[in-house]
Design a protein around this ligand. Structure first.
Ligand code: CS2
Ligand code: MN
Length: 356
């Protein structure tokens, strides 16, 4: 496996590449153009800028998270043709800077959702929290306003201003399309881009829905073993793959993550490893070790190890600890601890296997 760390890009991340570079056992960063509206081309120059910044700091960038999908593609609107062309153009420009994996999601309108961005834990740290009751009693607009106030105006990935501008109207459009139609729209997109992914040698890795349950009346697609199987069946190319996010899928107690890893091992190109703890009303994001949360992190890492996983891993959301302030889920310290924990398990498994 190759260990990576998410970096939000020049001018977009309070954590510097110089600090990221000091995390032990790191192979590279996962990055993006955070402020680029979905549907627009990432130009050659912008892509070269990514490479220059990352390589200048002595790191590699082989994974992009995310190249976002425009709503017209998800909705199957007449305008999607030109937007998909732009997506392919972006893929070509990313191939030129050596990108091997593109992570994206196909969630309607919203990316991830939480009720609280900075929920206080008894040890003095804080973390993201999902309260079912809170979410059921709020509107997307209210939630967006709460995020903006709580995060002090920082752009949150998945809640970019552009996405929020027409949020209610866009949600309204989803009322008119059936779940089957939604799946067909995904197939249409895949059939257009996957031949290019093959040509450019870029693995497409869809991220699961977070949380895996419907919110604000919006349906879900990548939220269970059966649905992952259905998705991979839409286009059978090995270039149509998934990002295995343990915290997204793991928020549904019916999902057995090690089993899902073993089942789809040959189509997983990117792993997001995070733990969570269930509460009566939902869950919060805990530190990575098994004993800190509700997921069996050892079994998860072992499943990757035993299937010979040779792609990219990154620690996913951590807590804010040691007084750090920053983008919720994406502090330096707790994610760095996550890396040392995961690499520790990995080395142990390797050594017990008799390998150096
Ligand atoms: C999230 C998402 O779980 C996660 O990693 O922070 O915002 C994720 O980056 C996107 O859903 C991927 O497209
Ligand atoms: Mn994730």
């Amino acid at each position: 496996m190759k260990m990576t760390f998410r970096w939000f890009g020049e001018g977009q991340d309070p954590i510097s590449l110089e600090h990221i570079r000091q995390i032990p056992c790191l192979d590279g960063v996962v990055t993006s153009l955070l402020t680029k509206p979905a549907g627009e081309v990432w130009t050659k120059d912008e892509c070269l800028g990514i490479r220059r910044a990352v390589e200048g700091a002595g790191l590699k960038a082989e994974v992009i998270e995310s190249v976002n999908i425009h709503e017209d593609i998800k909705l199957g609107a007449d305008t999607r043709g030109a937007i998909i062309e732009n997506y392919i153009e972006t893929m070509k420009n990313l191939a030129e800077i050596g990108i091997k994996v593109i992570c994206y999601n196909f969630m309607p309108v919203l990316d991830w959702a939480r009720s609280h961005l900075y929920y206080d834990l008894p040890d003095g740290s804080n973390t993201m929290y999902f309260s079912r009751e809170f979410i059921e009693n709020t509107t997307p607009k209210e939630l967006a306003a709460k995020y903006a106030a709580d995060s002090g105006g920082m752009d949150l990935p998945g809640w970019e201003p552009e996405r929020l501008r027409h949020i209610e109207a866009t949600i309204g459009k989803y009322k008119d399309i059936s779940s089957d139609q939604y799946w067909e729209n995904a197939r249409y997109f895949l059939d257009k881009i996957i031949p290019w992914a093959e040509r450019l040698d870029i693995r497409m890795a869809i991220h699961p829905d977070d949380p895996p349950r419907p919110i604000f009346g919006l349906g879900r697609m990548i939220n269970s073993k059966a649905n992952i199987e259905r998705f991979l069946g839409l286009n059978g190319s090995p270039y149509n793959g998934i990002t295995l996010c343990t915290g997204s899928l793991g928020a549904d107690k019916n999902n057995n993550i090690p089993d899902i890893i073993k089942t789809f091992a040959d189509r997983i190109y990117f792993a997001h490893i995070r733990n969570l703890r269930f509460t009566e009303d939902g869950f919060y994001e805990s530190a990575h070790p098994t004993e800190c949360g509700s997921l069996d992190m050892f079994a998860i890492v072992r499943a990757f190890y035993e299937t010979g996983f040779d792609w990219y891993i990154r620690p996913d959301h951590g807590r804010m600890i040691w007084g750090e302030k920053g983008r919720p889920g994406y502090g330096l310290y707790d994610r760095a601890l996550g890396i040392t924990y995961i690499t520790g398990i990995w080395e142990t498994l390797r050594r017990l296997d008799g390998r150096e």
